[in-house]
Design a protein around this ligand. Structure first.
Ligand code: PRP
Length: 210
């Protein structure tokens, strides 16, 4: 049997994702023990899991260091990695949205200053509206940008909406719904086809019984 290398997103989402794999019949008891290890394998089931930073999953999969992995649609849209998207896991659901201060009024004759961690998503979105923008690329705490006058709006992930609310911001427009996706390396998909299909089929059944 060929071992399947699986990149899991470290953190809250990762635990849910691992449970999904576990319930699909691909458990790995060592991963459930408290430790700071990053790589775990279950030979019997033919799986090797590793925890990586969520935004790095697509890099591991695209370059073949992982055969499959779970990445947010936000990352797939932003970096457009050359991978197959096999399944929507219906986990980690949120949306990519434009948000601004409550009193914000767009002035179409001015360049719109957009703060974001997702410059490509923002650019594609505003290009489709032929709106002139100036992107301010930040790495986190995006919500602070319009408050301090660094930007007019932000393009960011909204999950519960609490961060916006507590900072007196509101959604102006939703760009796209986001959820976690199962992705596969293109050559692994060819050479480990049976194994990858067995795994994704197991996950698909989990989804149907949800
Ligand atoms: C994300 C996002 C928002 C927040 C939205 O941040 O950038 O700040 O979650 O969640 P909510 O709608 O439930 O409040 P993350 O925790 O990834 O941190 P960062 O953007 O500062 O890196």
């Amino acid at each position: 049997m060929k071992m399947i290398n699986v990149a899991l997103p470290k953190g809250r989402l990762g635990e849910k994702v691992y449970n999904f794999f576990k319930n699909a019949g691909f458990e790995c008891p060592s991963i459930e023990e408290p430790s700071r290890k990053l790589i775990f394998e279950n030979h019997e089931k033919g799986v090797r899991y590793f925890w990586v930073k969520p935004s790095d999953v697509a890099i591991y999969v695209e370059r073949g260091a992982a055969d499959i992995g779970v990445a947010g649609k936000d990352i797939l849209l932003e970096y457009t990695p050359d991978v197959y998207e096999l399944l929507d896991l219906d986990l980690g659901k949120c949306r990519m949205a434009v948000a601004a201060k409550k009193d914000f009024k767009d002035n179409a004759s001015k360049t719109l200053r957009v703060a974001t961690k997702f410059p490509n998503i923002a650019e594609t979105f505003y290009n489709s509206k032929s709106r002139d923008i100036d992107i301010i690329k930040l790495n986190g705490s995006i919500e602070i940008a319009p408050i301090l006058g660094l930007s007019d709006v932000i393009v960011d992930i909204v999950e519960t909406g609490t961060t916006l609310k507590e900072n007196d911001l509101e959604v102006v427009e939703t760009i796209v719904p986001i959820s976690a996706r199962l992705i596969a390396n293109k050559s692994s998909f060819k050479f480990k086809n049976q194994e990858i299909l067995a795994l994704s089929q197991g996950l698909r059944e989990q989804l149907e019984n949800k």
